[in-house]
Design a protein around this ligand. Structure first.
Ligand SMILES: [Zn+2]
Length: 233
């Protein structure tokens, strides 16, 4: 990895006001090699998912890089309360290293981001599901199959929750994309019948024509699952 792919950004925590540095990856250094069937990308060199979350080292407030400073502090009393509580904790976990991060550290940052996301005035289930899915990709890239499987289970739960209760689905995915992902995560867990049901519901969605790419992937996966089921029969 070229040293120049990472840089340290100076930030101010919107909750506790402390200034700190966090390591970011340069967009120009992100080179996608291939895409996985659950939309995760495989990168040449360093992987940007590792550097996607910013955590304040003083109060542990954590969020996606783009959202970290955008939070409207005055509307988030529960997050402020958590920030104040965490400021009093003297020993903080070792997740603030500047420079190259390990997958374990990146995962812990995601966990803090999810915890803070749950405290939002209007918790965003799509955001939480997205973070869960990114954790799947990190474990996969780290080559840790056991952790990946656990993360897939959590991500599946998050997308099922989002589909059942979410007021707004992510625009890029729409209903077909969310159902496709639920199918794909089921498939990765070996739950082929459930996977097929999700894929068929994705194709039956009224919005499917707006997502031709998802439609193609879904048809491929239905064939894939059928073949697997026949092998087992
Ligand atoms: Zn802070």
């Amino acid at each position: 990895m070229a040293v120049s792919s990472l840089w340290d950004k100076k930030l101010k925590c919107p909750f506790c006001g402390t200034e700190f540095e966090t390591t970011r990856m340069r967009t120009s250094a992100m080179k996608v090699k291939s895409k996985d069937t659950d939309f995760g990308a495989v990168y040449e060199n360093e992987c940007p998912y590792m550097y996607a979350i910013t955590v304040c080292p003083f109060c542990l407030y954590a969020a996606r890089n783009d959202d970290f400073e955008k939070v409207l502090v005055q509307y988030e009393p529960k997050m402020m309360e958590a920030s104040q509580r965490m400021r009093k904790v003297l020993r903080k976990p070792d997740i603030f290293a500047v420079g190259t991060l390990t997958p374990e550290t990146a995962i812990r940052r995601h966990e803090y981001a999810i915890e803070f996301s749950k405290l939002k005035n209007h918790p965003d289930l799509a955001e939480q599901a997205g973070l869960r899915l990114q954790m799947v990709w990190i474990w996969r890239l780290a080559g840790n199959a056991d952790q990946e499987k656990e993360a897939v289970q959590e991500a599946l739960k998050a997308y099922e929750d989002l589909y059942a209760k979410g007021s707004k689905l992510p625009e890029k995915l729409g209903e077909p994309g969310v159902l496709y992902l639920a199918g794909e995560l089921n498939r990765r867990l070996g739950r082929l019948q459930e996977a097929r049901q999700c894929f068929e519901r994705a194709l039956a969605s009224k919005e499917i024509r707006l997502h031709p790419n998802v439609a193609d992937m879904t048809r491929d996966m239905i064939l894939n699952v059928k073949t697997e089921l026949e092998k087992k029969a």
